[in-house]
Design a protein around this ligand. Structure first.
Ligand SMILES: [Zn+2]
Length: 377
């Protein structure tokens, strides 16, 4: 379904190809959730990883998509054993990062924050710093390759990537990872995050890591309000001081909508909207883990209507078989969004990035606004 004003003649029609051509901003994407299926198969063969559920890349892609479609965050996360399993050497990490940069650039993403957990990649003896160095080198290589493909004719643009270091919330290395995020802040790392099973592992378990980040003027986001509700969001913001929320979908539990469509916000939801806390929403992933029943019923519709600082993200492109283009297209189809909505979502994301203010502003004014103005006619 497309709203009537988005099919007015002066607008460029909203379809997959036109959405791919506009600049997009991605704040929530996991390196180990976006590996190409062919690469998973090749790295497994090269490295002697024998546990893959299929050897053929097509079958493998289908397996990830189906296995991740579980309705449970815990079972969704089990699929990562196979991507992490083949990302245990410098060369495999660099290759996956380079391909990530190329794939995102090909999808029209101009700025992305990609996250990974260094502690998951030390099974074959790499040091944490070697893991980070390999990923940063891969991103440098991939962004350089993407820049070489830019030409006036092909509507491609350069991509910039900022790295977020993630600590696993069930583990006990978060302070160490936070220290590395600060140590690498001038070498491409722009922030810190915690991820993994949410229920039973509240953000306050990692309070010392977040306090360390704050004392060092660092930025961080926290996965919260995905598989667990308001207490997790409240702790992430009011105890830990998160700059953004990973997902945050359950904030709708603090909003009531009456029969006339009038919404009433509880104190936490009001706080989130008032101080413009960015919500890193990942529609397809949220449907797969059961955080939302369908795209059409995803809280992003209500939250966008109420003016929350909503952003759209991929989360795990392999497990959800998605891209920024496909996520935006699904919102166009579900909610009738037009170019003005997609511009609003994109600018929200750029405003909420962890790179310096002047650099965010330059991307908004020099890259994003002119391209969407062209689409709006
Ligand atoms: Zn995530």
């Amino acid at each position: 379904m497309i709203s009537s004003d988005s099919v007015t003649r002066m607008y460029t029609p909203l379809d997959e190809e036109s959405i791919r051509r506009v600049p997009k901003v991605l704040l929530h994407d996991h390196l180990d959730g976006g590996v190409r299926p062919e690469t998973v198969a090749e790295l497994a063969a090269e490295g002697g990883y024998a546990d893959l559920p299929a050897a053929d890349p097509g079958e493998l892609a289908a397996w990830f998509r189906t296995a991740a479609d579980s309705g449970s965050l815990e079972r969704y996360l089990e699929t990562f054993a196979h991507t992490v399993g083949v990302m245990q050497t410098r060369s495999s990490l660099a290759r996956v990062a380079a391909e990530c940069a190329l794939d995102l650039a090909g999808d029209g993403v101009v700025y992305a924050e990609v996250r990974f957990a260094p502690e998951l990649h030390v099974e074959q003896g790499l040091e944490l710093t070697e893991v980070i160095d390999a990923v940063l080198a891969g991103f440098a290589d991939g962004t350089a390759q993407a820049a070489a493909l830019v030409s006036a004719e092909n509507a491609r643009r350069p991509i910039r990537i900022g790295v977020l270091l993630t600590a696993m919330r069930h583990a006990a290395r978060s302070r160490e990872i936070a220290e590395l995020a600060i140590a690498y802040r001038d070498r491409g790392v722009v922030g810190f995050d915690i991820a993994g099973a949410e229920a039973g592992f509240p953000p306050t378990r990692h309070l010392d890591a977040f306090e360390y980040m704050r004392r060092d003027n660092g930025h961080f986001t926290i996965h919260a309000g995905e598989a667990f509700g308001l207490p997790s969001i409240w702790e992430a913001l009011q105890w830990c001081g998160a700059d953004r929320l990973g997902h945050g979908v359950r904030i709708v539990d603090d909003i009531t909508v009456d029969d006339s469509g009038t919404a009433t916000l509880g104190r936490l939801a009001a706080y989130v909207r008032d101080v413009r806390v960015p919500l890193e929403m990942c529609p397809s992933s949220n449907v797969q883990t059961g955080a939302a029943a369908s795209i059409a019923e995803h809280p992003i519709g209500l939250l966008r209507r109420l003016g929350f600082r909503v952003t759209v993200n991929t989360d795990n492109r392999l497990m959800s078989d998605c891209s920024m283009t496909s996520e935006m297209l699904s919102l166009v189809e579900a909610f009738g969004y037009g170019w003005a909505d997609l511009r609003w979502l994109t600018i929200n994301a750029m405003k909420s990035a962890f790179i310096p203010f002047d650099e965010r502003l330059a991307l908004i004014n020099d890259v994003i606004k002119p391209a969407y103005a062209d689409m709006l006619g």
